[in-house]
Design a protein around this ligand. Sequence first.
Ligand SMILES: [Zn+2]
Length: 359
Amino acid sequence: MNAIPPTVHALMNAHPVVDVHSDYAIELYRAEQEGRPDALLTEHVPVLRQGGISMEVLTVGGDFEIGALELWDMGLVLRILDATRRQIDAHEECGIILSAEDLTRAELRTGIQLMLALEGIRCVEDVAALRFLHAAGIRAVILTHNERNLAADGCGESSPGGLSNFGRRIVREIRDLGMVFDLVHLSDPSFFDALEYYDLPPMVSHSNARALCAHRRNLTDEQIRMIGERDGVIGLNFLGMFITEDYRAATVDHLANHAAHIAEIAGPSCLALGPDYADYYMDAMRSWLLRDGLPSDLLTFAAGAETAAQLPVFIEALLRRGFSESDLTGILGGNALRLYRTVFSSSSTETAFTSSSTE
Ligand SMILES: [Zn+2]
C-alpha cells in the first residue's frame, strides 16, 4: 500500500466528506437489540472520523434482508428509524439533515451529519405512507432493491419492465416533497422511466461503469451521460464485484479507472463516494450468501479500502490517477451536497398534497 500523502489528509480535513450510501442504521438497530445501545457514538463515529467522513446517508430499510431482519416490514423500518433518530439526537456532535438549511452544517464540516434513506419501497403501500416517512425524517428514496415491487422492476429481474402507474405516482410525490431520488438498483427500463417523471438532479448512490465491469448493477455509458446532463451524481461502489470480473482482485486503482471513465463521459462534477461498506455486519451477510449458494467471500471490497476508516487510500488513488484537487473536493462531498441543496430547495408544499390525486 502506498503511503497517504499529506495532500490527501489536508483535503479531507478541509472539505466535507460524504458517504452517499451506507447500511449502518441497520447495524445500529442490531447493536441496540444486542445490548449495545450507543453504537453510533461508541462504534461508528470513531470509524467515520478515522476515514475523514463528515456526513453519511443511512438506509433505514428496504426490499432486502440482513440476517433475520426483513427490512421491508414497515414496523421494523419504524423501529430502525426510531433507534437511529434517538441516537443522533442524543449526541451534540451528530446532526440529522432534513432541509437545505441543515445542509449548511454539512457544508461547513460541522460534526457528523446524517441523512436517512429507504432502499426499496415495498413497505410503502400508498402515497400516504411515503408522506409519513418523509415527515418522520426520510430524505432519499430508492424505488427497488434488485427485485420487482409494486412500483418498479429492479435490475435483478430476468425480463425487466419499467415503472408501474403506482411507481409513477410515487416518483411524482418524491419530486413534490423535494426528496432525493436515487436510481440505483433499477432495471434499465425503470431507470429511463424514472428520469421522465423526476425533473431534479438524480442520484445513483452506489454503482460503477458497466463498460469496465459488465454487472447489471452498473451503469451503461448512456445512463452515465444522462445523469451528467441532468447535473446528477454517481456514488462509486467499493465492492469488488462491481469493479472487476475477478472480484477478489479488485484494487483501488481499478476503482479509480471507473471514476476516470465516468468523468470522461459526464465530467468529474458527477462523481461521489458510495462505498456500500458491509464490514460491520459481515456475520449476517455470510449467512445470507451461504443460504443463496453464493461464495462466502463475494462481499470483498477494493483491497486496502475495505472499511470507512480506509477511505483515504482510495482518495490517494484518485490523486495518482490525475484528478485535480478541485475535482477531489467535489468527489469527496461537494458534488453530492450540491445535488442535495438543489433538491431540498425545490420542494413544493402547494403541490405536495395534491399531485397524487390527479392520476
Ligand atoms: Zn444497494
